[in-house]
Design a protein around this ligand. Structure first.
Ligand SMILES: [Zn+2]
Length: 438
C-alpha cells in the first residue's frame, strides 16, 4: 500500500487528502497517510522539497471566494501555478467539486435559477463529453505508478445506472394531444381523443416501465414528487396525489426496486416533503434539475439522505463536473467531506431532443459515441421519464431500448442506487480526511 505524506497546512491539508481519496477510488486501491515525510512513497507540500508541489495561492483564492473559472482556468481546463506548471491536484479539486458554480454572476443563472451550461468551463473548452478528471488522474499515475494497484493505468469497464423521474401519471392526454396537433399527426390526434373518451391511462404506465426494466435486467430507482401543481416560475410539479404516490411506490417496492424523492421546484424543504412518503427516503433527484449545487449539497446533507443524482446539465449530455464516477463532495465551508454520495447525471431523455435538438437517429448515434468514448472508468447515469415510454410518440421508447442494448453489447453492467452508495464508503472518506494529524 503506498504511503503518502501531506504537509500539515490547514489551508489545504484536508482538501489534498480528499483528492488523494478520489484518486484511490478511481485506481481501486487504498493509501496510507503517514506523518513522517521520510517514511512516505510520495510527499505533497508547498515547496520543491516535495514530490508533488502544491500551489498555496490556488487555495488562498478559493478562501477569498475568487472561484470563477475565468480567473482560475483562464487558458485551458488545467490550473497552472505562477511558474506556468500544471497543478493537477488543484485542478481535480476544482472540477469535481463544481467550484465554478460557487459565486455565480446573475447572467450565469437561467430563468429557473439553474447554472447555465453556456456559462460553464465545460462549454467554453469543449470538454463536456470527456471524463477529463479521469485523464488527469491517469497523467498522475503515469508520473507516480505507485498510485495505482499494479503500476498500470486502471481500465475497469464502465457500468450504468438507470432511473425514472415520475412527473406525470394522469394528464398525459393533454401532452399527447398537443404534440399530435403540433406535428399535424391527425390520425394520432383522433386516437388521443378516442382514448381520452374511453378514459384510457396515458402515462399511468409504471407496470409497463417495471416490466421493461425487468426484461433488460435493470435495477432502477424511481424518483417521486410529493408536491402538486405549478410553481410561481410556471414549472409543473406532480399531476398525481399523495395517495397515487403511495400505491405506485408499493408496486415498485414489490418488484424489489428502489424509490426516492424527486424534490419539487417549490420552496418547501426536504423535511416537509419527505413527511408525505410512505417509506424512509434516502435518495433524491431535483425536479427540473432546479438546484444550485452548493446550497443543494447543504440541503441534502441536512435532510440525512444517502445519495443525490441531480448533477447534470439539462441542456447537454455529459459530465457537469468533468468526472465519470460518483463521489462524496467536499464541504469547503467546514473543511470536510459531506455525508452523502453524489451520483452525477449524464444522459437525460429530454436533453437529447428538446435541448440539443437531435432526432431519434442522431440521438442514437450520439449516445453510442458518448458511451464508446467513456466505456472505461465511469458509472454512466441515465434518466428516462415514465412518459417517454408512451405508446404514442415511440421515438424515445425505441431510443431507450437501443441504448440499453448498446450497454449490453459493450458488456457494461447495471448498478442499483444502494450498491453505488455502498461502493463509495462515506465513513471511510470522512474519517480518513479529517483524522487527527498529530
Ligand atoms: Zn421531474
Amino acid at each position: 500500500m503506498p504511503s503518502i505524506f501531506i504537509e500539515d497546512n490547514p489551508l489545504y491539508h484536508n482538501k489534498v487528502k480528499w483528492v488523494m481519496q478520489i484518486i484511490s477510488q478511481y485506481a481501486h486501491t487504498t493509501y496510507e497517510y503517514v506523518l513522517d515525510k521520510n517514511q512516505s512513497n510520495i510527499s505533497v507540500g508547498s515547496s520543491t522539497a516535495y514530490d508533488i508541489k502544491i500551489d498555496d495561492s490556488f487555495f488562498e483564492k478559493l478562501k477569498n471566494e475568487r472561484t470563477k473559472w475565468k480567473e482560475i482556468l483562464p487558458d485551458g481546463p488545467i490550473y497552472k501555478n505562477e511558474c506556468g506548471e500544471e497543478s493537477l491536484l488543484e485542478t481535480i479539486f476544482y472540477l469535481v467539486n463544481c467550484i465554478q458554480e460557487m459565486n455565480p454572476d446573475p447572467e450565469d443563472i437561467d430563468h429557473y435559477g439553474r447554472f447555465k451550461y453556456s456559462a460553464s468551463l465545460q462549454f467554453h473548452y469543449g470538454i463536456i463529453e470527456e471524463n477529463f478528471v479521469g485523464h488527469l488522474i491517469d497523467q498522475l499515475i503515469l508520473q507516480f505508478p505507485i498510485l495505482s494497484l499494479d503500476g498500470n493505468l486502471p481500465q475497469v469497464k464502465s457500468k450504468f445506472y438507470i432511473s425514472h423521474d415520475i412527473d406525470i401519471l394522469l394528464s398525459g392526454w393533454k401532452i399527447e394531444g398537443y404534440l399530435a396537433l403540433k406535428q399535424f399527426k391527425w390520425g394520432l390526434l383522433l386516437k388521443v381523443i378516442w382514448d381520452t373518451i374511453r378514459r384510457k391511462p396515458f402515462y399511468n404506465n409504471i407496470d409497463q416501465v417495471i416490466e421493461l426494466d425487468k426484461k433488460n435486467g435493470i435495477t432502477p430507482c424511481f424518483y417521486w414528487l410529493a408536491s402538486h401543481g405549478k410553481d410561481p416560475n410556471g414549472i409543473m410539479n406532480a399531476d398525481y396525489t399523495i395517495e397515487d404516490l403511495n400505491i405506485q411506490c408499493q408496486k415498485v417496492k414489490s418488484h424489489g426496486f428502489e424509490s426516492g424523492i424527486h424534490k419539487s421546484s417549490f420552496e418547501t424543504t426536504f423535511h416537509q416533503e419527505i413527511a408525505h412518503f410512505p417509506f424512509k427516503v434516502e435518495h433524491n433527484r431535483y425536479h427540473f434539475l432546479k438546484f444550485q449545487t452548493h446550497s443543494a449539497w447543504k440541503e441534502i446533507e441536512a435532510a440525512g439522505l444517502k445519495t443525490d443524482a441531480s448533477l447534470g446539465f439539462a441542456e447537454h449530455i455529459g459530465f457537469r463536473n468533468s468526472y465519470g464516477l460518483p463521489f462524496v463532495p467536499f464541504d469547503v465551508e467546514n473543511d470536510r467531506p459531506y455525508s452523502f454520495v453524489e451520483i452525477p447525471l449524464h444522459v437525460m431523455d429530454v436533453t437529447l431532443m428538446q435541448y440539443m435538438g437531435l432526432n431519434a437517429e442522431t440521438a442514437d448515434k450520439r449516445l453510442r459515441m458518448f458511451t464508446e468514448k467513456n466505456k472505461n472508468q465511469c458509472i454512466l447515469s441515465v434518466l428516462w421519464h415514465n412518459n417517454s415510454f408512451s405508446n404514442y410518440q415511440k421515438d424515445l421508447n425505441t431510443l431507450f431500448e437501443g441504448y440499453v442494448n448498446c450497454f449490453k453489447v459493450q458488456d457494461l453492467y447495471n448498478l442499483g442506487v444502494n450498491k453505488i452508495f455502498e461502493d463509495h464508503q462515506i465513513n471511510d472518506i470522512q474519517n480518513r480526511v479529517t483524522e487527527k494529524r498529530i
